[in-house]
Write a new protein. Structure first.
Length: 604
């Protein structure tokens, strides 16, 4: 997804911009560019593909004086990923970068074209710079022109704009797409669309709210609310540790993040468990008062965590629970009743569809909760309450440790609600709390396990597709296993409830159809086993994952013998993640930045 950086000051502007864009690479992009205004003249460079291409183009460009600069990584929405469509976009004497979508760009463009403006790109963004320059001709100052431009835009945006008509200024605006400003010890200002590019440069940052706009100069930072009131900035401390954002010797971030699961789940549990109950300091004691139903809503992997949670809420907390795909819920005019707790789940806290459903629920007067990995993200700021997953920065586009911590939080939350509603006996809660403490060890990757999966992976590089099958709570895990495989290996994979195979999909069974079968010991083992036997009888190639030896499988990954199905769930989750990773590596794919995908999907 698109990323933004900006800088105003006397330091090496080119380096700051390119380093910042590098930090945003993990979000996924297909072109990048920068524009720098130095001694009254603009220099702009753009390149398609990886950042190395932009670095190559700018290798002789020197920024050793006061300058203002903006940069962007673009993930194509309107128009192909070409150099002309890459940001920054230029007008007569100004440049703009933008994240989000300008919904009324077509109307604005039509009018600008009638005024004789020439467009160079197919993007929605380009209208911003031309509209600004049009306004500049009729108002008293560049700031007024910028303000006027913002008021004419509909849609979601984070915008930085620089112009020769005010060469020591960066104009900014934020609505629905994240944007923050940081300050260093020399009072130089830095912009970014997430905080990673600013780590190491700034100690304090201000996250803009929706509707805010303004400008920075070497000495000032002016922020206006959407009601045009001058705002005081609210600076908060930025984390300083960049180490966790590096690969630590692993081949890919995804691999590092799979191995990190033991530690991050330990963090997720920290301070939240006592002998006999679960505590969330973040929740008011009466938070669940009057709540009769839970509605969970998310996208992608977070949606699979939500599905998993629905089994836990109904089984442990005995509360009616439904699950929604955010992009579907948005437009289907759902009936939202006030005794429903609306829970959104998001690693990033910025996913556009999920964020919009949160706004919908708030507008309908529902109590809202977000399960999120990023503090200060849009969803965390908007929801009534938030539970942070504490997974740390997740750089691999394929989500792993975020999912693991989301499921951990949900297991805890189901016990928390169970206690409130007296849905489980005290003894049952004590038993599950003790099991929760065993989750970190269940996700530890042993050398033997990783080696086994590495060897096995070479047998699964072809064929005409994969079925991942499981029953009950292992069905959402099967869905997640299939999503993991398809997003990084580009092989076709589907997740199915094991019992559904005979209702259609089994017709595909043959030796070139690979079935990854989840056979936990403690949940419907016999039933799931007969479903796999049906596939085996039709000569499908089967890789069974189970603690119990299964001789009808072609391949078998034996898991440890656990006391509870949730511990089996977590161990199998790791196996599925490693299997996708190793297949993808063998196929020579870019595991961390798979084609066509972005880490944070901030457009609908
Ligand atoms: C997971 O591997 C994905 N790449 C993707 O499905 C992701 O989970 C989805 O886009 C939702 O993101 P979020 O959790 O940041 O909201």
């Amino acid at each position: 997804m698109c990323g933004i950086v900006g800088y105003i000051g006397k330091k090496n502007t080119k380096k700051i911009l390119l380093d910042g864009l590098k930090e945003l690479e993990y979000r996924g992009y297909d072109s990048a560019g920068i524009a720098v205004l130095q001694q009254g003249e603009f220099s702009s460079y753009k390149a398609t593909g990886k950042l190395i291409n932009l670095q190559e183009k700018t290798k002789d460009f020197i920024t050793d004086k006061f300058a203002v600069g903006i940069g962007h990584t673009r993930w194509a929405t309107h128009g192909k990923p070409t150099e002309l469509n890459a940001h920054p976009h230029v007008g007569e004497s100004s440049y703009v970068v933008h994240n989000g979508i300008i919904e009324n760009y077509a109307e604005l463009k039509k009018e600008l074209l009638t005024n004789g403006v020439t467009f160079l790109s197919q993007t929605d963004t380009e209208v911003i710079v031309h509209q600004f320059e049009k306004n500049l001709k009729t108002v008293s100052s560049p700031f007024e022109a910028f303000k006027e431009t913002i008021s004419q835009l509909q849609g979601a945006y984070a915008i930085l704009l620089v112009t020769k008509s005010e060469p020591e200024t960066i104009f900014f605006a934020k609505n629905g797409s994240p944007l923050l400003v940081g300050i260093d010890t020399d009072n130089d200002k830095y912009f970014a669309s997430s905080d990673t590019p600013l780590i190491g440069y700034c100690s304090d940052v201000n996250y803009f709210e929706d509707g805010e706009y303004g400008y920075v100069t070497p000495d000032t930072l002016r922020i206006y609310s959407k009601e045009h009131q001058l705002q005081e900035p609210h600076f908060t401390k930025l984390p300083t540790n960049k180490l966790s954002a590096q690969k630590d010797g692993y081949r890919f971030f995804m691999e590092k993040e799979i191995y990190e699961q033991h530690d991050v789940i330990t963090d997720t549990l920290l301070g939240r468990l006592s002998e006999s109950s679960v505590h969330f300091d973040e929740l008011e004691t009466d938070f669940f008062e009057g709540i009769e139903e839970i509605k969970l809503c998310a996208c992608g992997t977070s949606y699979h965590a939500a599905l998993t949670a629905s089994y836990l809420f109904e089984r442990n907390s005995k509360i009616k629970t439904s699950v929604e795909v955010a992009s579907e819920l948005r437009y289907r005019e759902p009936i939202l009743s006030k005794d429903t707790l609306f829970v959104v789940i998001s690693q990033s806290g910025e996913t556009a569809d999920t964020l919009e459903t949160l706004k919908m629920a708030k507008n309908a007067g529902l109590k809202t909760l977000v399960i999120c990995n990023v503090d200060n993200s849009s969803m965390v700021r908007l929801a009534d309450a938030s539970l942070l997953t504490r997974a740390g920065v997740e750089k691999g586009v394929a989500s792993t440790k975020a999912f693991a911590t989301q499921v951990t939080i949900f297991w805890m939350l189901s016990l928390y609600v169970a206690k409130e509603r007296e849905a489980l006996s005290q003894a049952e809660i004590i038993e599950q709390v003790a099991l929760l403490r065993e989750v970190p060890s269940s996700v530890k990757v042993s050398d033997a396990l990783h080696e086994r999966i590495k060897r096995l992976s070479k047998r699964y590089l072809h064929g005409h597709g994969f079925f991942f099958i499981g029953r009950d709570i292992f069905f959402p895990l099967a869905l997640e296993g299939a999503l993991k495989l398809k997003e990084i290996s580009y092989l076709h994979a589907e997740g199915y409830p094991s019992g559904e195979m005979k209702h259609g999909p089994i017709a595909l069974a043959d030796p070139e159809l690979f079935t990854i079968a989840l056979l936990p010991q403690h949940l419907l083992y016999e039933k799931a086993k007969s479903n796999v036997e049906e596939l085996s009888a039709r000569d499908a190639t089967i890789c069974a994952i189970s603690p119990l030896v299964f001789d009808k499988a072609d391949d078998f990954i034996q898991t440890q013998s656990h006391k509870h199905y949730m511990l089996e769930f977590f161990e199998m989750m790791v196996i599925l993640q490693l299997l996708s990773l190793e297949i993808s590596i063998r196929l020579g794919n870019d595991v961390d930045m798979p084609r066509n995908l972005a880490k944070s999907v901030t457009v609908e």
